[in-house]
Write a protein that binds this ligand. Sequence first.
Ligand code: SF4
Length: 361
Amino acid sequence: MAAGIYLHVPFCKQKCGYCDFYSQTQFDQIPAYLQTVRQEILSYRKQEIVADTLYFGGGTPSLLPAKEIESLIDLCRDVFSLEGEITLEANPESSSFSYLYDIRRAGVNRISFGAQSAISRELTLLGRIHSAKAIGDAVFAAKKAGFSNISLDIMLAIPLQTEKSLAETLSTFLAMEPTHFSAYLLKIEENTPFFQNHMERFCPDDDQAASLYLQTVSTLENAGYLQYEISNFSKPGFQSRHNLKYWSGEDYIGIGPAAHSAYGGKRFFHPSSLSQYMRSGGKNPLLEGDFGGEWERLMLSLRLTEGIDPDAFSFGDTLRKKAAPYLRAGFLTERNGKIAFTPKGFLLSNSILAVLLPDEK
Ligand code: SF4
């Protein structure tokens, strides 16, 4: 089966207060970073890996010049016989028509905008440097540049967000007619300014967050976007093929600092350090452990609304018994012999999974 390639671009114009993704703001490092990325891609040549997705994630990949995106795609085509879905994460403010046009011609065929909210005060509090208008302009420009597969990120449970402001964000974004949405609940991580500044004081509490999530699920589903994963929704046929690999247990290779891989039964990763990555020449990622065990398969597959067939697991009988009370309570559902979380079940998925997993791991 073909693998996916994830390429981490660890640069941002400025750090958003809630973000714990690995990125930095020193652009003078970009040429040396690109050189190391090329070395790392080339190091896979002898393995004859075939890839059918490439995902530029970050950080802010749209900060890389279009000609560099093109040369990286060409190199991946050469080394991985790449053909298929090529996604680039972009921030609305760094997405002019000419840039989008150039990367579309270079082979990017799916664009994912970090939109987050259509409410100015919420964007400001998040530390985002784009305006709500910039999101609409970027989507318009992307369509004009030839993109027919456009995704928008939405953040839920952010400071000052209410049912009303979320409804406004959703209706503004729906009017832009993207093909895909990713909707993530804000989780305040310890090593962020949000944590240090106690921003949770301004955020919806857990009950309100749950209701904002359910509001998002129903609004998007009513608008024809099918939920296919805990945080992802698409028009029919527009699921992210790359991200589906993560949850379906397929192989993927992560290139760049902080990038994780799951390939050939092993998980491995590069530490979150650009200088360390460049010193290593992109070689010798650290081993994280085995990949593809039954428990891992269960946890990942249950993120998908398609669910799992208990009979595909050696502990299927126990799983059915343990799932029964959650099925009765509406946290799980059964369709065509498969068990899946319902939207309200997704909200408690971690604690339900802890019960469903076999006692000995
Ligand atoms: S633009 Fe994205 S990756 Fe960069 S700091 Fe903000 S949230 Fe993090």
